[in-house]
Structure formats: C-alpha cells, structure tokens
Design a protein around this ligand. Structure first.
Ligand code: FES
Length: 206
C-alpha cells in the first residue's frame, strides 16, 4: 500500500480540506503516509501532489527539509541517541557506541531483521535527562548502556507497545470534532484568494 485508500484516504482528504490553501497540508499528509507505510513512498508523494494541487517534486522539495520524514524504509523502531552538549558531557558518545554494539549496526543503518534503525541526533530537548534517547520520538533518559540493552529487550518482547507505537505513528488519539471554521467558510476564503490572485495577475499583464 502506498497511495491512500479507504479510511486513510478519508483522513487525507479531510486534512487537505482544513487549510485555506491545500498545499499547507503537505507536511501533515506526509506524516499520514509515514503512518501508513513506515516511510513516505514515491507513490504517496505523487498522491499527495494530486490531493493538494502540487507536483511530486514540490511535495518532495518541501518534505525533504524535515528530518522526521523518511524517504527510504526504516526499522519498526527508529532510535535516536543524542550526542549534543548536555548528553555528550554525560556519556552520549559512549551510549551511542554501546547502542551500536547492542544492535550490531553503526549509526544511520537498520538491523538486518528490519526492527531497529539507529541514528545519532542533535539535541532533542530532553537535556535534563541526559544522556537522552528517542524511540519513534518518545523520550527516554537518562539511559546508560545497560538501560539501553534493557530497552531493546522490552521493545522486542512487546513490553513497550503501549508507550511506543511503530515508526510513523505520531498520535493514536484522532480528533473527531469538526474543524473550528466551517468548511464552507474555508471554501469561500479559497475562492476569494483565487479571485485576488487572478486580479493581481491580470493587472500585471496590463
Ligand atoms: S543535549 Fe541531548 S537532549 Fe539536549
């Protein structure tokens, strides 16, 4: 699966409808694609372009600024070990080495079973718990080599399933309230902006 279908297509169309300019939904839609497939596939990029009126290159060009969006397959768990100043002073590099030994892969790579991707990351704003680790953007710390090995064991056994969903899932509670501004008003605003754009373009041609 790569294009949005069924329930995911409904969520994608709703996301696109929430913004006066549907292109503003590119990043949320990329996260939705990542929730669906674990990373943002080429097919999803093309589909997002169709949904918001952009080319695939425009979608890719926007999304590629964001580290949280992956364009190649990654592990079920993406583990980030921080080596920025606070974490470095409290053993961040030693932890990164230990993580690499525990997982059997260097930073930037995925284990052969596709379960773990290890990353070295900059400050993730968990400095008071240095050295800090993020697993699918959930925080852990302070973590030493033993605690890291224990975390890996807990992830493998499913003990942390409640706390850490598979890579791509940012939230598990979806908003079901209507948008704060009625969709008709958003459509009217879009029409007004389109008319203004056309008027500006016409005045430039004169
Ligand atoms: S320096 Fe590691 S979380 Fe801030």
């Amino acid at each position: 699966m790569a294009r949005f279908e069924g329930e995911m297509l409904g969520r994608a169309e709703r996301l696109a409808s929430l913004y006066p300019d549907p292109r503003s939904a590119i990043i949320p839609l990329c996260h939705l694609a990542q929730e669906q497939d674990g990373y943002v596939t080429e097919e999803a990029i093309a589909h997002i372009g169709e949904l918001v009126g952009a080319t695939g290159a425009e979608v890719q060009g926007t999304a590629s600024f964001y580290d949280m969006l992956k364009f190649e397959p990654v592990g079920k768990y993406v583990i980030g070990v921080c080596t920025n100043i606070s974490c470095m002073l409290r053993g961040g590099y030693e932890l990164l080495d230990a993580a690499s030994n525990t997982l059997g892969v260097p930073p930037g790579e995925t284990t052969a079973d596709g379960i773990f991707t290890l990353e070295e990351v900059e400050c993730v704003a968990h400095c008071d718990k240095a050295p800090a680790v993020q697993i699918n953007y959930r925080y852990f710390g302070p973590v030493d080599s033993d605690a890291f090995a224990e975390l890996v064991g807990q992830l493998k056994s499913g003990e942390l399933d409640e706390q850490v969903p598979e890579h791509g899932t940012l939230i598990r509670v979806l908003r079901d309230a209507p948008p704060p501004i009625p969709l008709e008003e958003i459509d009217a605003e879009r029409a007004r902006q389109d008319a203004e754009r056309e008027a500006r373009a016409a005045s430039r041609e004169v």
